[in-house]
Design a protein around this ligand. Structure first.
Ligand code: AMP
Length: 489
């Protein structure tokens, strides 16, 4: 049966859920919902390839609420959830729990969200009451387990949401610790935007005879998104971005930077240019992140500058503009980033500001998405005559290497990375780690200086030579005279 013929009514969800779905204004299940809901309702394990924006949250939340409400808890006790939903970031945790509340509002089930970076006491208090569905990030969850405020022995359903990102963030050890605390008999649902070898290893060990759902073919970019590239030297990027925002009167733009420091610097520059902006990344306090996101969502803050980790999983409807201030090191991250726009059937624009040094990254992205991204010249942008020198940037890794993935065993590319490798900077306290995901910390090269650098050059020399090459770039020539003209790469 094609997805077009599937209605919410045909999914046999309980009436209180149907009412909540109607309240939310949904008329038709999205493809992931149409496929996943029957499989979850049947009680089996599920492996789903779906990213944020596909409606995946309702795809697992609705059937979970149905199953839990249909069967009373075997041994109800305070602080003993029946469903555990693990997610990588605080924002996603808050969003998912909000969905649980939205869809479960006519059911007597209780949910709570648990993440680090905030006072633990209100969470402890909440755990003294009834709890059916717990949405949590791994670090804070283990803190609670350590303090014996949480009992995971009653978990009937486990969801790993954005599992690929959890592995990227180095949560595999925590996930394994958590799995060991769960009862053996349970239903497991794993959602991931990509299927790396690591995800395959995890799912092979976790899922039993799973149903399989994949929507929006892996590594494909959403058709509705207009993608373009502006070739521009790094040091002119912030000027060009200010120009684009002002000239085009952009009202809501999410900007991705590679580092937290870069996000802060760019935010300051935009504010100095009279453009209200805020940065969102792992070094920001949770209240600051929540406030910036709320203002961005309600339209009162036009520019949100984010690192990949912070922005991952944000559900911001109909975001008109996404800007890659720097191209990501990992081509798949480009797909995730631009997936923030063109959502829910609306069109969007993804603009990448690309320095000469990033051309290889651009080629790798184009290879991945199997299309060329047009290079567009900017009308009316006059680069400033005097530009403050920027500090040299840290060296970037080759494309395809996740900064935070543990390195693979030498000589065997198919071998899953050994646990614990590449984790030298990991704070011992999981709560700290959650506040500062490794992805947003230094590039991994700097963790293994002796191995990573060519012997003949120090890191400083490397920076300087890169900066010198950069300065030598013929800047005006990078701006193509005609819009839409592709320049030689
Ligand atoms: P998600 O991929 O779970 O982050 O969901 C993305 C967005 O789609 C959320 O804002 C949902 O409210 C919305 N959504 C989920 N299911 C549907 C549906 N069946 N019809 C319309 N919108 C939906």
């Amino acid at each position: 049966m094609s997805n077009i013929e599937i209605t919410f009514a045909s999914l046999n969800l309980a009436q209180p859920l149907m009412r909540a779905i109607a309240d939310a204004g949904y008329t038709t299940p999205t493809p992931v919902q149409a496929q996943a809901i029957p499989l979850v309702l049947a009680g089996g394990d599920l492996l789903a390839g779906a990213q944020t924006g596909t409606g995946k949250t309702a795809g697992f939340t609705l059937p979970i609420l149905h199953l839990l409400s249909a069967k009373p808890a075997a041994n109800p006790r305070p602080g003993r959830p029946r469903c555990l939903i693990l997610v990588p970031t605080r924002e996603l945790a808050a969003q998912v729990e909000q969905s649980v509340q939205t869809y479960g509002k006519y059911l007597p089930l209780k949910s709570m969200v648990m993440f680090g970076g905030v006072n633990i006491n209100p969470q402890m208090k909440a755990l003294r009451g009834q709890l059916d569905i717990l949405v949590a990030t791994p670090g804070r969850l283990l803190d609670h387990v350590g303090q014996k405020t949480l009992d995971l022995s009653g978990v009937e359903i486990l969801v790993l949401d954005e599992a690929d990102r959890m592995l990227d963030m180095g949560f595999i050890r925590d996930i394994k610790k958590i799995l060991a605390l769960l009862p053996k008999q349970r239903q497991n649902l794993l959602f991931s935007a990509t299927f790396s070898d690591e995800i395959k290893t995890l799912s092979d060990g976790l899922l039993h005879n799973p149903g399989y759902v994949e929507v929006a073919r892996r590594n494909s970019t959403v058709e509705l998104i207009t993608q373009s590239v502006h070739l521009v030297p790094q040091k002119l990027k912030s000027h060009l971005l200010s120009h684009l925002i002002k000239h085009n009167d952009w009202k809501q733009v999410l900007v991705f930077t590679r580092t937290k420091h870069g996000a802060n610097r760019l935010t300051e520059k935009l504010i100095a240019d009279g453009i209200p902006a805020a940065a969102i990344h792992g070094n920001k306090s949770q209240p600051a992140r929540t406030k910036a996101l709320a203002q961005f969502k309600d339209g009162s803050l036009p520019v949100l500058v984010a690192t990949d980790i912070a922005a991952r999983g944000l559900d911001i409807d109909q975001l008109p503009h996404v800007v890659n201030f720097e191209l990501p090191n990992v081509p798949e991250d480009y797909v995730h980033r631009i997936g923030r726009t063109g959502r829910a059937g609306s069109s969007g624009a993804a603009i990448s500001l690309v320095d000469k040094e990033e051309l290889q990254f651009l080629r790798d992205i184009e290879r991945l998405i199997k299309r060329e991204i047009p290079v567009v010249a900017i009308d009316g942008f006059v680069p400033p005559t005097h530009i403050a020198e920027e500090a040299p940037r840290p060296p970037r890794q080759a494309h395809g290497q996740r900064r935070n993935n543990p390195p693979r065993a030498a000589g065997n590319r198919n071998q899953p990375a050994r646990e614990g490798q590449g984790q030298k900077q990991k704070p011992r306290n999981p709560q700290q780690r959650e506040q500062q995901p490794r992805t947003e910390q230094q590039p991994r090269n700097s963790q293994h200086p002796a191995k990573a650098r060519p012997p003949q050059k120090t890191a400083e020399q490397q920076h300087l030579s890169e900066a010198a090459r950069h300065q030598a770039m013929p800047q005006p020539a990078l701006f193509s005279p005609k819009p839409g003209v592709r320049r030689g790469r």
